[in-house]
Design a protein around this ligand. Sequence first.
Ligand code: ASP
Length: 324
Amino acid sequence: MFKRTLLALASFALAASALHAQAQYPTKPVTVIVPFAAGGPTDTVARQVAAVMSKSLGQQVLIENVGGAGGTIGVGKVISAPNDGYTLLLMHIGISTAPALYRTLKYDATKDLEPIGLITEVPMTLVANNNFPPKDIKELLSYVKSNKDKVSYANAGLGSASHLCGMLFMSAIETDLLTVGYKGTAPAMTDLVGGTVNLMCDQTTNTTSQIKGKSIKAYAVTSTTRVGALPDLPTLNEAGLKGFNVGVWHGLWAPKGTAKPIIDKVNAALQAALKDDGVKAKFADLGTAPEPVNRQTPEALRAHQAAEVAKWGPIIKKAGVYAD
Ligand code: ASP
């Protein structure tokens, strides 16, 4: 009897201290894991948002870059982190393409994470080293077909957005190119500018300033409409690849079982960041915009993530691309 009372008291004390921790959250810096290299497009989105979130949360929001295997290593790290709100994940569309690409993936990101909200959907651009011969998209399409053994294509690994875009591009033009994988498109961009690789498809959040600064050349955007920050670039759809459409949606997650009061606090900070004029202006400069408010929610991200797994699975299976 005495033992049972002691046990009941101990579990009451534990529950009370968990509730206290949730009410006080955050009392120390929060880490957001970005599963790609620093300086790339996903990292850029994360740093813009984190700077404003830290003001709302009253604690630093730090970025940790965990690149490799198309983002699956970083996602796995968040899934196995403590669910106390101090480790979060900022990832993109790749979280929904990985299940079809990685046959031995050890987690199910639709179940093993708590969604917090959608952030932005970023168009991509097809870009090349300045010395790459084709001058425009029309020339590019015929050049890659007749020089396929000479053309190299950079990406951030199987399951990255650049991989997905390249896979769809190669399938649309029925031509396989030599693919070179990196831990993110920041290091890939260095090699593209330097001429080690020829071509890449990457988010405007990484390419816009390079295109405007003329350190690379651009052929087309992957969205169905032109991008305000790069108005001269045609869409791939306009260029004849009918129906081509890749938008890199980004979201924020916490490990499974993170308490609702913590998710709500982080979501409020995320929504405040996406309302911030500085973030909106920076996003516009980089060719993107915050998601509409009704999509900045856990429910919207949960539904979108699952719908995207269902959408990309059959396309990837048909392409026959996978890792073991
Ligand atoms: N843009 C990369 C991708 O292809 C990721 C990154 O470096 O942010 O997924």
